[in-house]
Design a protein around this ligand. Structure first.
Ligand code: TTJ
Length: 646
């Protein structure tokens, strides 16, 4: 590490035209690219674009640029164009080089060239255009300024064409075109959605800025324009786009102190999730930090005070922080000079002065807002109070489950057909759709180690229901009791009674419904089950083939044809009877055992959720109240939608 820093520092102090030392700086970038852009995988590749765009955004913050275009071309060549003042082209006295050349050949550790607005420091941001240049097979820049077009070209950080005037112009701005170096990156294919999402974020965070993203690659053509006069207010509306708000307006407040400024926008929806998205110097801070803490504290205090004052909260009633944030969609954006990014992924803001700033802005302005908008105040407090009661009911239900478990083991559900073995590592439970399939499974199983729990009828849609309904639900209670490990915060894997939990449902719509509902429930309330790979789907056969006394089964059409041919053998006229299983209920206990339950012969599909967050969103969209986003999602992911059942 010190080696690179040395060569960099040397260059910074001594860039008196010494090309060799300039190149040493960029060589360091090529030697250890990960140190400058985080990684050489997909995220590093996209980071190159953000590095370049950051420069145009600085120009926008300084008030000289209001339009940026980012396009991907064939060969995954990136073009970024802005309508700012254009990078300076005059010769710098210290270096004897055009400022333009300095921007692309000298490492700018942290600080921003040209300054203006808020200096960004920390994280991976602001390492500068020279890093992008060093990691590009080639890069071209054109500056439109004062009637002329100035052009310069590079390859892997080295100048291949010195700055020259290539034409006249009547506009102003900067254009950078680059091709990421395949020698430096594991992959060089850009993902349009990734760039589009990040640019949309930038457009929300910089009210009034217009950003276009364009995919020009053959066969992939698409484009979007993002322009939000309302800034983070519109970000909040965007988060709530498929939800129902409980008050009409997005609440917005901002303020500044010394060199720092903060703005907060939020609106409650009638759901139960908390969505807080925060940024420091336009850098996303998914792990939160001081700005989020300041907001949360102030929100809880203000709502409790207001509730007391308006007599919505009586006597010793109090609403907790969590109660106050149920159903909130909130965006927090702060700007400060010396941002400290902390935590594992440098995704958490550490500056404590920002907590004080956000806290005082929200305390003062939200109090004022609620006084002036009592209807909104009442809606929010009623919701927090409901959340409080639900949490209380959930706690009681949870405790009663816990008590039952503690007192010599819970009474097992009536419907459970338990196994003899007690060591959970050796046992499995089949959760079976319907009483008749449950009956076949009970008769067909090996009762030494296989337990059967039949479920029947439609399940509660857990996404729609709040926690207390799930706790008390009569379909899910037997599942909770049979598994024996509790739920939610109390979930304890050590108490789990079976290490294989096998969902056995028909391959039809009802079956897939029950499977999705159970998985949503496991995901939300017993997530470690999925994380540890304890949950499976049984895979029953689709066809039964009979020739004389021989019977075989097939799991798909290809296998069906193969087995039919085998059964015919050398006798092409032999009659093979093929029938399709309509459901598990059609199979007799023996068939069910042989095809779907016998560990020696069955197929199990392990449920995996390697990206818990993505899965959560998937469930939300698929199970949520709004039909439109769900339809949209299924159409967009038609080819995956089949698997989503699992
Ligand atoms: C700096 O101060 C004098 C006037 O110009 C300011 C400046 O550098 N503006 C500027 C830089 N606008 N856009 C850029 C820029 C744009 C891209 C796409 C890439 C880079 C490295 C800089």
């Amino acid at each position: 590490m010190s080696e690179e820093l040395n060569s960099t520092t040397q260059v910074e102090h001594e860039y008196g035209g010494s090309e060799i030392q300039v190149l040493e700086g960029l060589e360091a970038v090529r030697k250890r690219p990960g140190m400058y852009i985080g990684s050489t995988s997909e995220s590093g590749l996209h980071h190159l674009v953000y590095e370049i765009v950051d420069n145009s955004i600085d120009e926008a913050l300084a008030g000289y640029c209001d339009e940026i275009t980012v396009s991907i071309g064939d060969g995954d060549i990136i073009t970024v164009v802005d309508n700012g003042r254009g990078i300076p082209v005059d010769i710098q006295p210290q270096t004897g080089l055009p400022a333009l050349e300095v921007v692309f050949t000298i490492l700018h550790a942290g600080g921003k060239f040209g300054g203006g607005g808020y200096k960004v420091s920390g994280g991976l941001h602001g390492v500068g255009a020279s890093v992008v240049n060093a990691l590009s097979e080639w890069l071209e820049v054109r500056v439109h300024k004062e009637g002329k077009i100035y052009e310069m070209k590079f390859s892997r950080g080295k100048v291949t064409q010195p700055m020259q005037i290539v034409g006249d112009t009547d506009r102003h701005g900067t254009e950078v075109v680059f091709k990421p170096d395949p020698e430096m990156f594991e992959i060089t294919e850009y993902n349009y959605d990734t760039l589009h999402t990040r640019m949309r974020e930038e457009a929300f965070l910089n009210a009034g800025l217009r950003i276009h993203t364009i995919d020009n690659r053959s066969g992939k053509e698409q484009r979007d324009t993002m322009h939000y006069a309302g800034g983070i207010r519109e970000f909040v509306s965007f988060i709530n786009r498929s939800k129902d708000p409980i008050h009409p307006d997005v609440i917005y407040m901002s303020g500044m102190k010394d060199d720092s400024m903060a703005e907060v926008a939020f609106q409650y929806n009638d759901g139960y999730n908390e969505t807080i998205v925060s940024f420091a110097n336009n850098v996303h801070t998914p792990e939160g930090g001081m700005h989020e803490e300041g907001f949360k504290r102030a929100l809880t205090t203000v709502l409790n005070n207001y509730g007391k004052k308006m007599k919505i909260l009586k006597d010793d009633d109090k609403v907790s922080g969590e109660d106050c944030r149920e159903g909130i969609a909130c965006v927090i954006s702060v700007k400060l000079t010396e941002a400290q990014f902390e935590g594992q992924t440098k995704a958490k803001l550490g500056n404590s002065e920002i907590r004080t700033l956000v806290n005082s802005i929200v305390t003062e302005k939200l109090t004022e807002y609620l006084e002036e908008n009592p209807a909104v105040g009442k809606a929010i407090l009623d919701k927090a109070l409901m959340a409080n009661r639900a949490r209380e009911a959930a706690r009681k239900a949870r405790e009663s489950i816990r008590r039952k478990t503690a007192l010599g083991g819970a009474a097992m559900p009536d419907k459970l057909r338990d196994c003899n073995e007690v060591n959970p590592e050796l046992t499995e439970i089949y959760i079976v759709e319907g009483d008749s399939a449950g009956g076949s499974a009970t008769q067909g199983r090996d009762s030494r180690f296989q337990a059967i729990l039949p479920l029947w009828g439609k399940m509660l849609n857990v996404e729609k229901a709040r926690a207390d309904k799930v706790y008390g639900n009569d379909k899910l209670t037997p599942v909770i009791t049979a598994l024996g490990a509790g739920i939610g915060d109390d979930f304890d894997l050590d108490k789990l009674r079976y290490h294989k939990i096998i969902i056995m449902a028909d391959a039809d719509v009802d079956g897939s419904h029950i499977r999705t509902l159970l998985l949503t429930f496991f995901f939300r309330f017993m997530r470690p089950l999925i994380e540890h790979g304890y949950v499976y789907a049984a895979v029953p056969p689709l066809y039964k083939l009979t020739r004389g006394k021989t019977t075989r089964v097939a799991f798909d059409d290809i296998e069906r044809e193969k087995i039919a041919a085998e059964l015919r053998g050398d006798n092409p006229n032999a009659k093979v009877d093929i029938s399709r299983y309509k459901g598990l209920g059609e199979m007799n206990p023996h068939e069910l055992w042989e095809t779907t339950m016998d560990p020696e012969r069955r197929t199990l599909k392990r449920i995996e959720l390697d990206d818990a967050v993505a899965a959560d969103q998937t469930f939300t969209i698929l199970m949520g109240e709004k039909v439109e986003p769900r339809k949209e999602f299924i159409e967009r992911n038609a080819k995956y939608a089949v698997n989503l059942d699992y």
